[in-house]
Design a protein around this ligand. Structure first.
Ligand SMILES: [Zn+2]
Ligand SMILES: [Zn+2]
Length: 249
């Protein structure tokens, strides 16, 4: 019995999101936004993070413009990107996966705390907007496999993408890509196994594919998942592919 006693498993993901979204909207109209980290007043419109805590978040600067890994000087590409071309053109990840990001992300993933995805998604959208008008036509959240999404009840990348898209006025295309299997860790694989691993993790629906997309994930750890999805989009005819995530591990 215990195995089935799980809100996320018995609840329809779409319905859950709808009801939850309404409840959060109602709560925000009744109570002012409160900082999730220090309980000071939050920001308007409805961001549960105060300006002080936002300013204290660990910025990912300087970072490689292609893969967003830490580098020693601004504008410099990392040695890996210099050696090998990536499947995507650029990556933008505004924060490092350091305190308090791991705490926030863990709570979001495993306890289903959706207000956190609002904080992270809004921040991502705002940081992207600060760099100027994004050169993409649509935002594509990294899909979970159907099984994993059903178990969890939602896909955190999609929630983040939705809130970021609201800040940017861009459409979210969350039905374009489908994950057909989980990507294995790339480390320890031979070059051939690595290519096979990347090649077949995602499928892009046939039809109109936007020519410039931003792939959105929560945390960018290795670039394996992003590379795999980017490769699928490249094959489907995309011209420009960016990767956006909230934190770089
Ligand atoms: Zn605060
Ligand atoms: Zn790089």
């Amino acid at each position: 019995m215990g195995k089935y006693w799980n809100g996320a498993a018995v609840c329809q993901p779409g319905l859950y999101r709808q009801v939850y979204g309404r409840a959060v909207g109602l709560a925000h109209s009744l109570f002012p936004a409160t900082c999730y980290l220090c309980l000071d007043p939050g920001q308007k419109p409805a961001l549960d993070l105060c300006t002080g805590c936002e300013a204290d978040l660990p910025r990912n600067e300087p970072a490689c413009p292609i893969c967003a890994t830490k580098v020693s000087a601004a504008g410099e590409s990392c040695h890996r990107c210099l050696r090998r071309r990536r499947a995507f053109d650029a990556a933008f990840v505004p924060y490092r996966y350091e305190f308090p990001l791991p705490e926030l992300v863990q709570r979001m993933k495993y306890r289903g705390v959706l207000p956190i995805t609002r904080i992270l998604g809004s921040l991502l959208g705002r940081r992207v907007a600060e760099r100027g008008v994004p050169q993409v036509d649509a935002i594509v959240p990294v899909p979970l496999s159907a099984k994993r999404e059903h178990r969890r009840g939602y896909n955190q990348a999609r929630e983040i993408a939705n809130f970021a898209a609201r800040e940017l006025g861009l459409p979210v295309e969350d039905r374009l890509a489908r994950r057909i299997r989980e990507t294995a860790e790339q480390t320890g694989l031979s070059a051939g196994a690595r290519r096979r691993n990347l090649r077949s993790a995602f499928m892009i629906e046939a039809g109109a594919v936007p020519s410039r997309v931003a792939i959105v994930d929560d945390v960018m750890t290795t670039s394996a998942t992003a590379e795999s999805l980017a490769l699928a989009f490249r094959r489907a005819g995309c011209r420009r592919i960016e990767v956006w995530a909230i934190a770089r591990a």
